[in-house]
Design a protein around this ligand. Structure first.
Ligand code: NIG
Ligand code: FE
Length: 410
């Protein structure tokens, strides 16, 4: 059954072509394919986008939804999150806001709580956060393990992640757990050996926290190579807390994404610009750890592909809100509203090697968000305001009037 979504005030397609004259609005920046048209319509059919173009030229369909001038955007693609955990660290956050530094070692307190938690609790915690994401317009997201750090606890973390998303990442190399403090090499062997064997069937990606206090360059290389040998695709936590080898390791490993990228050398920027690795920026982390923001302009102006994601986790950034990350990126990192929306949709899709999401060109998945606003720029112009009026995933309205979450009527 086809549905015509019409009277769209601004349709962000991020697509090179749609049906009709070229979209009027394209970003000027070097690294963004943002594209939008005013007074638009879209036909969806079988869970996919079938047609986009001027509302005046829209074809007939079986059903019709009138957006009354609201903006429609591709669903957000949050390419970095850690939703499988137990406990919380609000006291650590409060201490940071009072002047304490963020330390990678805080991860261990969540590890202790996660190891004690039953599977059911890990699943319900992850599901609650996934629903929170959906309500804010996120239709695709990645989710990591990394708070278990034993063979059994990493495996069951991935099993919980599998219940909320297909984009599952094995992060056994998040930090060296206390019981291996005297033998970090032994822990890397475990991550590359028995733990990987138990986890690889339940993941698409392998990640490593390459940072002082976590894992060095050689350890990170070993983890990524072992993961690759088991069919997992690398991504890296890189250059978050200080300069270091993370970005170079990511590029050597042909990682899909280097995430954080807060402290970069010129060589790091050049390498990102010259390679296929996306720089995923997580501005909620800098907000929540009171650190300087990554230099998004330097990356964009160098031609690097930039994604925005939440990094939703209990330690360094406990937000599930892509709209808030967009607002931060615009206000604090000097991204244009167009660049930020592209990075939060198509950029995230690139970071997950997904061609079917992040845009609304014909053939894309019909995953989109209707804003209670006439244009995408309201996401930064009205920060903190719940602007998501409806969310559609696979061509089905999952939030907003008429969705099951709203009682199924309307
Ligand atoms: O992406 N950097 C490493 N991992 C998380 C932090 C996790 C935590 O503090 O619990 C991050 O920021
Ligand atoms: Fe992270």
């Amino acid at each position: 059954m086809s549905t015509l979504i019409t009277n769209i005030g601004e349709l962000v397609t991020n697509a090179a072509d749609d049906s009709g004259p070229a979209p009027v609005s394209r970003a000027a920046g070097p690294a963004t394919g943002f594209a939008a048209r005013p007074d638009a319509a879209m036909v969806i059919d079988g869970g996919l986008v079938a047609w986009t173009g001027p509302a005046a030229a829209a074809p007939a369909a079986d059903d019709m939804v009138d957006c009354a001038g609201r903006a429609v955007l591709p669903g957000f693609v949050d390419s970095h999150s850690h939703l499988v955990f137990a406990g919380e660290r609000s006291a650590e956050f409060a201490a940071r806001m009072a002047g304490a530094d963020y330390r990678a070692g805080g991860i261990r307190s969540t590890v202790n709580a996660t190891r004690r938690a039953p599977d059911e609790l890990l699943r319900t915690n992850a599901a609650r956060l996934a629903q929170e994401m959906l309500g804010q317009g996120t239709t695709t997201f990645e989710c990591k393990s990394g708070y278990g750090l034993t063979v059994a606890d990493e495996r069951r973390s991935l099993l919980a992640a599998e219940t909320v998303t297909a984009e599952v990442t094995y992060l056994g190399a998040h930090v060296v757990p206390d019981e291996f403090a005297a033998d970090p090499a032994g822990y890397v062997d475990l991550v590359c050996g028995a733990m990987l064997a138990a986890c690889a069937p339940h993941a698409r990606w392998v990640d490593v926290f390459c940072e002082r206090g976590a894992f060095g360059a050689d350890e990170a290389r070993a983890v990524l190579a072992a993961g690759r040998a088991e069919g997992l695709i690398p991504r890296v936590h890189a250059n978050q807390l200080g300069p270091g080898p993370g970005v170079q390791v990511a590029i050597e490993a042909a990682a899909a994404s280097a995430d954080h990228c807060t402290h970069l050398s010129d060589a790091d920027v050049d390498a990102l610009a010259g390679g296929g690795t996306v720089a995923t920026l997580l501005p909620g982390v800098e907000f929540s750890t009171r650190q300087p923001y990554p230099d998004a302009r330097r990356l964009l102006d160098a031609g690097v592909t930039v994604a925005l994601a939440t990094d939703c986790n209990p330690g360094s950034c406990f937000t599930s809100s892509m709209p808030w990350c967009i607002a931060l990126a615009v206000r604090e990192m000097h991204m244009s509203t167009q660049e930020a929306v592209w990075a939060a949709t198509a950029g995230g899709a690139r970071a997950l090697l997904r061609a079917d999401v992040g845009h609304l060109g014909p053939g894309a998945r019909a995953d989109f968000t209707v804003l209670d606003a006439p244009s995408h720029s309201y996401l930064a112009y009205r920060p903190g305001v719940p602007l998501v009026a409806a969310v559609w995933r696979d061509g089905v309205r999952v939030r907003g009037p008429g969705s099951a979450a709203d009682g199924g009527h309307g």
